[in-house]
Design a protein around this ligand. Structure first.
Ligand code: ZN
Length: 320
């Protein structure tokens, strides 16, 4: 999901207008309404693999008629209510998955790094609380290059690597799309800055590995092609013993909206028709194979099962 920094700008200019000395303070208008989970990390097993969900925070996205091209704000509000969520905003939590399998510790995407929304950036605190040493992450799998998935790799402003010793694995399609100098001219204005940051940072790092197709990228984990949200978007499939988990990333980003209504076309899906096809294919596979699923923007802890529900799909979260 692509997040704008507009909220920061509004907050900062409001503070300046009021003559406040702390422009980065969060104004009451941006105070978080959703309580954080009492415990911000949850462990569960998939076969012999130990999986940990780390809560990074939430974006309570104001409603915007442009968010879903083929649904109204009232439709979106009704879908949130149907899923048991508040109607006043779109709840977009950020949950990072860690897999410990085959002697390796694997981070799936990197959190927001506190650089996307003022109400997110808690992943490192939760990682330490869960007893996972950030210095001992072996591999970081990246689903796609939107800010909420990669800014946790880079220190704010300095852009130094947060995980210099980990191998970072990404689809070659995704890497080439964002690092092509010509892409900046083709991108909408709101995304040009993201491409510039990627181009100024990633080509200088030696620990990024590009992979083609759907190879095994860590013990028991394969990339699954799920394009549309971005050109090289990937899900990650974990298999261990009799257990399987589809780490779906942004394939069905807010399930209350696009799993329940798989034909809804969201503005953050770069190619909405391809994203819809990937979503249906992935969710159908998860149902047919009777396996678990988790998602980066699913309600915390973000893991559960999917079933058919009318013309769409319904998510049942694991009990914690
Ligand atoms: Zn996202």
């Amino acid at each position: 999901m692509f997040i704008s920094r507009r909220d920061f700008v509004v907050s900062t200019s409001l503070a300046a207008a009021l003559g406040l000395n702390a422009p980065l303070a969060i104004s009451p208008a941006f105070a978080q309404k959703t309580p954080d989970p009492v415990k911000g990390f949850v462990n569960y097993k998939v076969g012999d693999a130990e999986v940990t969900a780390l809560y990074d925070g939430i974006w309570e996205k104001p409603h915007d008629p442009a968010f879903i091209a083929n649904a109204s704000v009232d439709d979106v509000k009704a879908a949130m209510v149907k899923a048991g969520l508040p109607p006043d905003f779109v709840s977009i939590p950020f949950t990072v998955t860690v897999v410990r399998n085959g002697g390796k510790t694997i981070l799936c995407d990197s959190g927001t790094g506190g650089q996307v929304q003022p109400t997110a950036g808690k992943m490192m605190t939760q990682m330490k609380a869960a007893g996972i040493d950030p210095g001992k992450i072996d591999t970081i799998l990246i689903s796609h290059f939107h800010p909420d998935h990669i800014f946790g790799l880079m220190e704010k402003e300095a852009n130094r690597p947060v995980f210099p010793n980990a191998e970072i694995v990404v689809s070659d399609v995704e890497y080439k799309f964002w690092t092509d100098p010509a892409v900046i001219d083709r991108l909408p204005e709101a995304r040009k800055g993201l491409a510039r940051r990627i181009q100024s940072v990633f080509p200088n790092w030696k620990n990024i590995k590009q992979v083609s197709g759907e190879p095994e990228v860590a013990p028991g984990i394969r990339f699954v092609s799920a394009p549309g949200h971005t050109p090289g978007h990937r899900a990650f499939h974990l298999a261990s013993g009799a257990g399987q988990l589809m780490i779906s990333n942004d394939t069905a980003y807010v399930p209350a909206l696009v799993a329940a209504n798989p034909g809804w076309h969201g503005q953050y899906d770069q190619d909405a028709a391809t994203a819809e096809a990937s979503r249906r294919k992935l969710l159908d596979r998860v149902i047919a194979d009777k396996i678990m699923i988790c998602g980066y923007h699913f309600p915390f802890p973000g893991a559960g099962t999917i079933s058919r529900d009318g013309a769409g799909y319904a998510l049942s979260l694991i009990k914690t």
